[in-house]
Design a protein around this ligand. Structure first.
Ligand code: AMP
Length: 423
């Protein structure tokens, strides 16, 4: 194979996550896991690739399915797709393994959507989230919404708003869709081409519009509240009562419908005020009664949310969170002999839980000390011919002028601990 004319680069909408930001992402997942594991959620990891049919259940009228799917035929001639979200995969896993209900799970992973890339909107992006299958209790909705809120707070976001709505049950939603369709039809002349096209496929999505020309029309659209059955209205009331009891601040958003088709009753979205309006949703979720059945399982209630990791990080940055500091090793071994001591000592220190690095390929004292400085290590451990001879090493504090001292090689780990390494 010949070398390419131009060096390879990432595809549009795909990014390399480099240190130190990659560390913040891992910390974010760990913090999220801490919050939801406290509430009894356990991790599930569905595969990145599933049969296309699994994701078609997300909604044949949504952009995610019709326009943005990374689907292809695999080498067995099967139609498969990279997951555009995780809820469908989790529901498929539930149908396949029939775990005991309630099944309370959390996930963290990458999704793929062939969207128009822009800041905060990528073709490969990460989400963390939870799903609960098998419970139809509005107090569970409260638990789930509270966990989404609590996670974002624990991650350090301060300027967030929680928007809540209920789009009613299956029949309410169907009646509402017809009402919205009729309304949009009556105002055709005032809507943009794009809104008219969306109205054909999925009238509720027009209510999500960000286009100024359509917003004026949407402001007059019928509200779901007028179409909710008594049972869905009572469910919603209990949810709001619970949020009040837990002192979770929310705003009613009577036009919040969310993109995916399978939502029923409670829907919610979390918005970061520090981000541009077009990409300010940092997460969202809701009930999706019916999805498990669509995937071939028994009638099962479900609820969950997904938070966008990339957007949370952008929002933290926009709120002025301190920059991530590179993680330095604690000890840098400078070997002025043949390198065997650096090889052995780094291994010994790491086995003792002390982070350590060295320079490969040897070099002069000066160049090795330069590497030590650049590594950010607190201590240099030096070994020259004299130390080798006497079975010692010299420990130098790189952050102070304290005199360096020889230490018996066998005492090095104890000495470093005494000086305060993190382990
Ligand atoms: P959704 O699965 O569409 O309900 O999205 C849930 C959350 O994932 C959103 O609120 C965003 O924070 C995030 N998200 C969705 N699509 C993208 C994308 N293309 N790029 C980055 N984040 C995204």
């Amino acid at each position: 194979m010949t070398a390419p004319d131009q060096p390879f680069r990432t595809l549009a909408g795909m990014r390399d996550l480099l240190p130190p930001e990659s560390g913040r992402r891992r910390d974010l997942v760990a913090t999220f896991a801490g919050v939801v594991e406290l509430a009894g959620y356990r991790e599930v990891q569905p595969p990145l690739v599933e049969e296309l049919g699994v994701f078609l259940r997300v909604g044949e009228a949504t952009d995610v399915v019709t326009k943005e799917m990374y689907d292809f035929e695999d080498k067995d001639g099967r139609r498969v797709a990279l997951r555009p979200e995780l809820t469908a995969g989790v529901a498929r896993a539930f149908v396949q393994h029939h775990p005991q209900v309630p099944w309370k799970v959390w996930y963290a992973g990458t999704n793929f959507r062939h969207e128009r890339p822009q800041k905060g909107r990528y073709r490969s992006f990460d989400q963390v989230g939870v799903e609960v299958l098998g419970v139809d209790d509005p107090d569970l909705d409260v638990e789930v919404v509270a966990l989404a809120w609590e996670s974002l707070r624990r991650l350090g976001l301060e300027r967030i708003r929680l928007l809540v709505n209920s789009i009613g049950d299956h029949d309410d939603r169907a009646r509402y869709v017809e009402a919205v369709r009729a309304f949009l039809d009556s105002r055709r002349g005032e809507l943009s081409e794009a809104a008219l096209a969306t109205a054909e496929r999925n009238p509720l999505r027009v209510l999500d519009t960000k286009r100024a020309e359509d917003l004026a029309v949407v402001a007059d659209a019928p509200l779901i509240a007028e179409h909710r059955s008594a049972a869905s209205a009572a469910h919603f009331e209990r949810v709001l009562l619970g949020l009040d009891a837990l002192e979770i601040p929310y705003e009613l958003a009577p036009r919040l419908v969310r993109g995916l088709d399978y939502y029923r009753r409670t829907t919610f979205e979390l918005v970061a005020e520090s981000l541009d309006a077009a990409q300010n949703a940092v997460g969202g979720g809701g009930r999706y009664d019916g999805l498990v059945e669509d995937l071939g399982g028994p009638p099962t209630d479900g609820i969950g949310f997904a938070l966008g990791v990339d957007r949370i990080l952008l929002a933290l940055e926009a709120e002025g969170a301190p920059e991530v500091q590179p993680v330095a090793v604690e000890v840098f071994v400078v070997d002025l002999t043949d390198g065997s001591s650096a090889r052995d000592l780094t291994h010994e220190l790491r086995s003792a839980g002390i982070s350590a690095d060295r320079r490969f390929g040897g070099g002069s004292m000066r160049s090795q000390m330069k590497s030590a400085d650049r590594s950010g290590a607190q201590w240099a451990v030096l070994i020259g011919a004299d130390e080798l001879e006497s079975g010692t090493v010299t420990v130098r504090d790189l952050r102070s002028d304290a005199p360096q001292s020889p230490v018996p090689r066998t005492d090095l780990v104890a000495e470093l601990r005494r000086r305060g390494t993190t382990t």
